[in-house]
Every structure is written in structure tokens, then in C-alpha cells.
Design a protein around this ligand. Structure first.
Ligand code: NAP
Length: 264
């Protein structure tokens, strides 16, 4: 049995992770963390089901006591503190939070010198397979096909494009022998002019309760290929996060990816 600390426990994903823990025979809740401003501090971590007996806390270090692994679905700004606390407590960490800025990435690299850290902007099996398929298509179709990545999410999502869209772009750029930073084109407005050769374009849709959709479009002259993944239930991310959490326990310090976990 593994004891799990959940960062961002009061959020949509935090609650889905607790449901996945209830479904699983392998995990118990060790700690439940929200922000110091959370309206839920002190209450049971489960907001919409049978209580789990662990209260919501903003004390990150105390919430890691007795934990064998932690998962983070909180806010990008909170990730450096969570990473430092996990490194100090020697608790491996799965980071599902997206929109990570250089400071957070640096904090994760630093933590990864002491603990195993898995950064997973998308924990679904299907999206990780999509990443492989997109890289294969990019290699097979070559640079004459224009690549556009279109993603859609619910109205509350804070970052754009999604971490998954960016990861897809990185995989495609790498498959073409380049780096995304050299080819990314984020949104178009006014008179952006003709499409630069080799660009990887991003388009973002936000609305309603869309859980997460990603399409990679390869547009050539006279034909196109569209690869689409649609998540309709965020439990796919929660179950994937628990799979990653089970996998990372006992791993050597270092940075890992979801592709290391999933046999796809
Ligand atoms: N990897 C994946 O597969 C995947 C899938 C879906 C979403 N995500 C990502 O996961 C993250 C959370 O998404 P969500 O939809 O669950 O968001 P959400 O519903 O807004 O929940 C955010 C959670 O973070 C907590 N929080 C906010 N600021 C914090 C801080 N400074 N310190 C500690 N906790 C803080 C919130 O707690 P209080 O407000 O109660 O303090 C809440 O529990 C986002 O980055 C999202 O893009 C990843």
C-alpha cells in the first residue's frame, strides 16, 4: 500500500485523484494540500463523497509526513515550493500541473538531483500514444506538410496552449530534427502574412466544460491527415497519474516522463 500526498486537492483534478484512490487497492491518502487562501482548509479532503479522514492543509512539509509519493495538480506558481518540500522529505513527485515557467522547471531539475520527478502535462494513455503517432507522421510526411496543433479546453483553464499541445509540438519538431522554439507560431491576428515554411502553428479554443481535445493536422497539397484525441472524463488523467505514482516509487533520482511509464 502506498501513501499518497495530493497537491491541489480541492481542484477538479485533485478530487478526481481522490476518486481514483478510492477505486484503487494500492493507495491511501497521506496528505491533502491546497493554497493558504483555500476556503477548504481544515475540512475533509473529499468534497463530494465519503470522507477519507485527511484534512485539507496548507502545510506542505507536514502533509508529506509518512508519504511514499506525491502528485501535483495545483497551480504553476506553487510547484517550486512543492518540489523543494518533496526533495527535502525524499518523497518522489509526479507533476501534472501545466503552464510551468522556467523558475518551476529549474526547481524540478534541482529536486530531481535528490528524488525521482516525473513531469507529465498529460497523464492519459491515449495522448501519449498520440505523441508517438504525431512524431511518426511528421517523419513519414516530411517538411512539405504544414503542421497545425488545435486544442480545446474548459473555460477555467489558465494556461494556453495546453502543456499537451506544447509537448506534441516538441515531439514533432524533434522528429523533424529541430526545436519547437525555432518553429512555433502561437495564434494569428491581423495580417500575419504567409505561413513560414516549417512552422508549427497552434490554435486554442476555450469554452464550457470541455475536458481536453487535441488535434494534430498535417496539411499537404491535395491531402491532409488529422490525428485527434478527445478526453471526455478527467478520470483518465487521474488514473494515469496514479499509474505514474506507482511506477515512480523506488526509482533513482532524475527527471522522467509519462512515456517512461506507459508501454505505448
Ligand atoms: N497532467 C494532466 O493530465 C492534467 C489534466 C488536467 C489538468 N491538468 C493541470 O492540472 C492543474 C490543475 O487543474 P484543475 O483543473 O484541477 O485546476 P483547479 O480546479 O483550478 O484546481 C487547482 C488546485 O490548486 C490549488 N492551488 C491553487 N493555488 C495554489 C497554491 N499557490 N498552492 C497550493 N495549491 C494551490 C487549488 O486550491 P485552493 O484554491 O482551494 O487553494 C486547487 O486545489 C492545471 O495546471 C491543469 O492544466 C493536468
Amino acid at each position: 500500500m502506498r501513501a499518497l500526498t495530493v497537491f491541489g486537492v480541492t481542484g477538479r483534478m485533485g478530487q478526481a485523484v481522490l476518486r481514483a484512490v478510492r477505486e484503487s487497492d494500492d493507495f491511501v491518502v497521506a496528505g491533502a494540500v491546497a493554497s493558504a487562501a483555500s476556503a477548504r482548509l481544515g475540512g475533509d479532503a473529499v468534497l463530494d463523497g465519503p470522507p477519507c479522514g485527511t484534512p485539507v492543509s496548507a502545510d506542505v512539509a507536514a502533509s508529506l509526513a509518512g508519504a511514499s509519493v506525491a502528485v501535483d495538480f495545483s497551480a504553476a506558481a506553487a510547484v517550486p515550493d512543492h518540489a523543494a518540500a518533496c526533495a527535502a522529505a525524499l518523497v518522489p513527485l509526479v507533476v501534472g500541473t501545466t503552464g510551468l515557467e522556467p523558475r518551476a522547471l529549474e526547481a524540478l531539475r534541482e529536486a530531481a538531483t535528490r528524488i525521482a520527478v516525473l513531469v507529465a502535462p498529460n497523464t492519459s494513455v491515449g495522448v501519449n500514444l498520440l505523441e508517438r503517432l504525431a512524431a511518426l507522421a511528421a517523419r513519414g510526411l516530411g517538411p512539405t506538410f504544414d503542421v497545425e496543433i488545435i486544442e480545446a479546453h474548459h473555460r477555467s483553464k489558465r494556461d494556453a496552449p495546453s502543456g499537451t499541445a506544447i509537448r506534441l509540438g516538441e515531439a514533432i519538431a524533434a522528429a523533424r530534427g529541430g526545436r519547437l522554439a525555432e518553429h512555433a507560431q502561437y495564434g494569428r491576428h491581423g495580417e500575419p502574412g504567409p505561413r513560414p515554411p516549417g512552422a508549427i502553428g497552434f490554435a486554442v479554443v476555450r469554452g464550457g466544460d470541455i475536458v481536453g481535445e487535441h488535434t494534430v493536422l498535417f496539411a499537404g497539397d491535395g491531402e491532409r491527415i488529422e490525428l485527434t484525441h478527445r478526453a471526455t472524463d478527467r478520470m483518465v488523467f487521474a488514473r494515469g497519474a496514479l499509474r505514474a505514482a506507482a511506477w515512480i516509487v523506488g526509482r533513482a533520482p532524475g527527471l522522467y516522463r509519462m512515456q517512461d511509464v506507459l508501454d505505448v
